[in-house]
Design a protein around this ligand. Structure first.
Ligand SMILES: NC(=O)C1=CN([C@@H]2O[C@H](COP(=O)(O)OP(=O)(O)OC[C@H]3O[C@@H](n4cnc5c(N)ncnc54)[C@H](O)[C@@H]3O)[C@@H](O)[C@H]2O)C=CC1
Ligand SMILES: O=C([O-])CC(=O)C(=O)O
Length: 330
């Protein structure tokens, strides 16, 4: 018997990432090739954006995806998130000319407060939320805080693009295949301060750290390359990463829902205090997933260099959180 369709809400659906993401969700790449989906698409209440969304929906229709059981267009999160099983919060306010980081944080804090409240009111109690829109970790924190009736663990932020970028850089450096690398970790914020950590990684069972054996490359080439990859893409393409971001969102939710079979991946999740990260901070951690739940990998040794890097990215997240605390009544 065919499965009951899952409701997938996507915000910013007429944007760049949306254009790469929706077709793959409808094709079964995210929830499985036997799982029908209903797309509930949110865009801003603006004629141009809503018209563009209609255009994307026309193309989705024209793909005749067998798994696409329905789709609706929305300008109100209260209808877009109704009974949603998965919510991909992609739409966000981009940085405009003359806008300070603080203004960007505040503009997005408002969006994610409203969306968190709407999820709280109308989404499935098991909704799995992935925040992609930047600043992703802090936006996820705000949505989580705005949804007190939903479990905090349902709110996650996307570090998977950083994780995938780290895998590719390590594969190129070691002359190995991406698919053979396991146990990569990216700690912290989705920003240039993130700490991609290959100390535990293996390739075909061999230690990546031993294979590379070059701390100078780690500190001065690898980390800046992964950290500034978003900016490098903008410089090269004239537009920010879209297809790779959509791909990472698919990877994140697929692994969360369908499990990693004991393998590690990276998710931005509210800290439970692991590794000294204050509870509730949405932080990139190594996780394994099973039966729709993630678990933070425990017991990893944090050496002095790693602690310094983790502190740096944590400080940035603390500052971001302090910058929006007044909006959360904290
Ligand atoms: N976490 C990550 O690894 C990555 C995050 N990003 C972020 O993802 C976000 C989206 O990127 P793009 O699709 O390239 O941007 P885009 O500007 O092409 O599309 C964003 C869409 O969101 C819509 N939108 C804005 N506010 C909204 C709201 N309140 N409700 C519903 N829709 C809303 C806009 O109308 C626009 O169509 C950006 O914040 C970007 O910085 C991008 C790449 C990687
Ligand atoms: O930098 C940006 O705006 C896009 C982004 O988050 C990334 O590519 O990692």
């Amino acid at each position: 018997m065919a499965k009951t369709p899952k409701r997938v809400a996507v915000t910013g659906a007429a944007g760049q990432i949306g254009y790469s993401l929706l077709f793959r969700i409808a094709n079964g790449d995210m929830l499985g090739k036997d799982q029908p989906v209903i797309l509930q698409l949110l865009e801003i209440d603006n004629e141009k954006a809503q018209k563009a969304l209609k255009g994307v929906m026309m193309e989705l229709e024209d793909c005749a995806f067998p798994l696409l059981a329905g789709m609706t267009a929305h300008s109100d999160p209260m209808t877009a998130f109704k009974d949603a099983d998965v919510a991909l919060l992609v739409g966000a306010r981009p940085r405009g000319p003359g806008m300070e980081r603080k203004d960007l944080l505040e503009a997005n804090a408002q969006i994610f407060t409203v969306q968190g409240k709407a999820l709280d009111a109308v989404a499935s109690r098991d909704v799995k939320v992935l925040v992609v829109g930047n600043p992703a970790n802090t936006n996820a924190h705000i949505a989580m805080k705005s949804a007190p009736n939903l479990p905090a663990k349902n709110f996650t932020a996307m570090l998977r693009l950083d994780h995938n970028r780290a895998l590719s850089q390590v594969a190129a450096k070691t002359g190995t295949a991406v698919g053979d690398i396991e146990k990569m970790v990216v700690w912290g914020n989705h920003s240039p301060t993130m700490y991609a950590d290959y100390r535990f990684a293996t390739v075909n069972g061999k230690s990546v750290k031993d294979l590379i054996n070059d701390q100078e490359w780690n500190a001065n080439t690898f980390l800046p390359t992964v950290g500034k990859r978003g900016a490098a893409i903008i410089d090269a393409r004239g537009a920010s990463s879209a297809a790779s971001a959509a791909n990472a969102a698919i990877d994140h939710v697929r692994d969360w829902v369908l499990g990693t079979n004991g393998k590690w991946t990276t998710m931005g999740v509210p800290s439970d205090g692991s590794y000294g990260i204050p509870e509730g901070i949405v932080f990139g951690f190594p996780v394994t997933t099973e039966n729709g739940e993630y678990k933070i990998v425990q017991g990893l040794e944090i050496d002095a260099f790693s602690q310094e890097r983790i502190n740096l990215t944590l400080n940035e997240l603390n500052e971001e959180r302090a910058g929006v605390a007044h909006l959360l009544g904290q």
